[in-house]
Design a protein around this ligand. Sequence first.
Ligand SMILES: [Zn+2]
Ligand SMILES: [Zn+2]
Length: 376
Amino acid sequence: MASPLSLLTSADAVRAAIAECDQLGRDEFLKKYGYKNSRLYPLEYQGNIYDSKAIAGVAYGYEHGTPLKASEFNGGVATVIPALARLGFNVMEANNPSIALVKGTTYFRKDLLAKYGGQLQCGIWTPKEFPVVLLFTGDNGKNYGYRDGWTEDGVFLYTGEGQTGDMTFTNGNLAIREHRNNGKDLLLFEDLGKGKGVRYIGLFECGSWHEKNGYDKKNQKRKLIIFNLIPVETAATDIETQLEAVNTSQSFEDLRAAAYAASKTNKAGSKASETKRSWYERSAKVSNYVLKRSKGICEACDQPAPFMKKNGTPYLEPHHTRRLADNGLDHPIWVGAICPTCHRRIHSGQDGIEWNKQLQTRLKKKEEEIGLLPTE
Ligand SMILES: [Zn+2]
Ligand SMILES: [Zn+2]
């Protein structure tokens, strides 16, 4: 079926839709015509960002009398991008913020909101269209008797959200605890103060969490949730990650059960300092199992590992198929042991997205064939 957008031929109509969006504001414009954000495919025009699908549908109305409904055509690569490109407009496929953002760089919340979506008034954002959770840390917590920050052993203590009463595992707090299950990366930003923007600190994983007594705005005693966050790297910046086999006499079944158990985010003991050690141990359990499962064969291309390491084990790299963090924990179903060529191909190749999807399908099939373990 041909897209109705093949009948969109007027650049003036597109400019008229853009002008109307400028006048109404982005949200109001979307509401008026019944469209959602298209942040994955932003239209850039004179330095501003627009929702490409809504602009195209409304432009159609300027040209032909009646705007298209959102349900009448698909957005994205096959339809809106070529239709607008033909008329000289620039629609991009937006990069996942874990790729696009640069560590140490200062950003402004309103720009992050326009690009990725989020909840402006909150300290924890859960954008719908990208596999990330954005965390903001500032020193405004010090009024409540707590302060976020690094421990001596490199764990970042991040206080959950909630202004009054005991903090609970809802909204942002739930999103942090469940980020692995949901295939989301955690991105931490430091608030530099009013009007000064936020600095991107990097990618994190939630190792565990603990509770602490504190106060709320009204000076009432309450329970705080503190997340123990561990900094992690992506293969895009650090390819030094590799799968390390630990010598163990455990059976395949035991290794597998340990890996499944390790992937959960648990409440930590009294010592936050144990978080990092336990996180490494749990990561090793996932690595151990995934490497064992691969039998030394790349799980993406079925070729043997390209070489043996000095200790005689096959060289393969861990790849997280849903998140960009390449070291750290994940459910074994989402981590593959793959050769360096496949790994580069997924992160840098033209067909990387498809190669990654294919790996996901293979891993799922593999785990199902062995017999999925209950997660609780
Ligand atoms: Zn391979
Ligand atoms: Zn990777």
